[in-house]
Design a protein around this ligand. Structure first.
Ligand SMILES: C[S@@+](CC[C@H](N)C(=O)[O-])C[C@H]1O[C@@H](n2cnc3c(N)ncnc32)[C@H](O)[C@@H]1O
Length: 395
């Protein structure tokens, strides 16, 4: 296997501003480190909130693993779904869970502290603002359970960095390390990750459907279509469209059942294959690539994009949607903590990486796409969307 680890583009601020900024940041670090300034800032009502907020944020970072395990404990007890049906008190919840009441109470109070649950009347517990989505979106709870693999892999973070892709997450994604996975691995492995993708794709689908207008297109090819959740939702959203689904054969076998169950088989054709070894089907004027590029190293992404470009007619469009990294440009906003999750998830998985919109744009342009632009969408945490065109003029 070739080394799948690519380096991200370095963050390079403008050189003149860079030196001035470095000096200012050095001074800030000295201030932050000063015990005298810390005490002064806490004593001063005008500055106290800044220091408190920074301390609270740091504490939350240190305790983050406890928060995620509290959330997992609640998921495993099915508390969110139960409390969505009706609030309940400690005695009732202890009876249902078979846990000792004093221990369960710690879990419940911790879940209240982090906004998952809330105190209700008569000593009962109900859902907090962050608990409601966990009761109503099975995709989130499945991801919380799945994240245990990553938690185990990262238990020793430096050992993990020396030896990433040796753990449970790498084993979970058969294609990340094995270009022949569809031939060498059992159907079970594909069924398992496809179910997770299906459950977690809902939010991404909503982002794409509400951000992009499909009226101008006639036929969509979804590359890495999984069980077809996106194309089925798009088929209902845009009844004039026809579809082609491309994915590994064991995955498209699952999509076939799904498409038939939804009575959409007449509008969809299935094209089992590997974008590593096979050409893509032609005939679509829009190709969608949803949460696929970030699974692969740059060399493979170049290959996929080139095949998409070849498969499109002149004037055809590529829509690429996936979580993207925050660029180092301050105009793009402050760094996002969600990037840390995806950097480590994709490292543990095997071969891909979280890319900035500019890195993806450069890869798309290198494959021949022009007019590459970001389509604004409401909830970029789920995915950001890039569109590129195949020029109408022959090269
Ligand atoms: C992370 S999943 C995303 C699936 C779906 N687009 C979504 O957003 O839920 C990546 C998809 O790419 C497919 N895939 C991986 N390697 C492939 C290959 N060599 N050829 C075709 N499809 C592949 C996987 O089977 C999987 O369905």
């Amino acid at each position: 296997m070739t080394d799948p680890l690519d380096l991200a583009s370095p963050a390079l601020p403008a050189p003149a501003r860079g030196l001035w900024k470095d000096a200012w940041q050095r001074r800030l670090e000295r201030w932050y480190a000063s015990p005298t300034l810390y005490r002064w800032s806490l004593a001063n009502p005008l500055t106290r909130w800044v220091t408190r907020r920074r301390t609270q944020k740091l504490f939350d970072l240190m305790a983050g693993f406890v928060h995620s395990q509290v959330m997992l404990g609640c998921v495993r007890l099915d508390l969110f779904r139960q409390l969505y049906q009706a609030p309940a008190d400690l005695a009732e919840l202890a009876r249902r869970s078979d846990l000792p009441a004093p221990a369960l109470q710690r879990l419940l109070l911790s879940a209240v502290a982090i906004g998952l649950l809330e105190h209700r009347s008569q000593g009962r517990f109900g859902l907090g603002p962050l608990g409601v989505p966990l009761a109503t979106h099975p995709g989130i709870t499945q991801m919380i359970e799945h994240n245990q693999l990553l938690y185990e892999d990262m238990r020793d973070p430096l050992g993990f960095l020396q030896n990433a892709w040796q753990g449970g997450m790498a084993a979970y994604w058969p294609y990340a390390h094995d270009a022949q996975a569809a031939q060498t691995q059992a159907q079970d492995a594909f069924t398992r990750y496809s179910a997770l993708m299906d459950a977690s794709q809902g939010f991404v689908v909503q982002e794409i459907l509400s951000a992009y207008h499909f009226a101008q297109h006639a036929c969509v090819l979804d590359v890495g279509a999984s069980k077809g959740r996106f194309v089925c939702a798009l088929a209902r959203h845009a009844p004039h469209l026809q579809f082609k689904l491309f994915d590994l054969p064991p995955v498209l076998a699952l999509a076939e059942a799904e498409v038939q169950a939804q009575d959409l088989a007449a509008r969809m054709t299935l094209h089992p294959g590997s974008f590593l070894h096979d050409p893509l089907p032609t005939g679509a004027d829009l190709v969608t690539l949803v949460r696929v590029a970030h699974d692969h190293p740059d060399a493979v992404v170049r290959q996929i994009l080139k095949k998409i470009h070849d498969a499109l007619p002149l004037g055809g469009t590529l829509l690429l949607a996936e979580p993207m990294a925050q660029s180092a440009d301050p105009a793009d906003g402050p760094p996002k903590p969600t990037d840390a999750y995806f950097h480590f998830y994709l490292l543990a998985m095997g071969a891909g990486r979280l890319r900035t919109p500019d890195e993806l744009r450069a890869l798309m342009e290198a494959a021949g796409f022009s007019h590459v632009e970001l389509v604004p969408n409401a909830m970029p945490i789920h995915a950001r969307i890039l569109i590129g065109r195949k020029s109408r003029c022959l090269p």
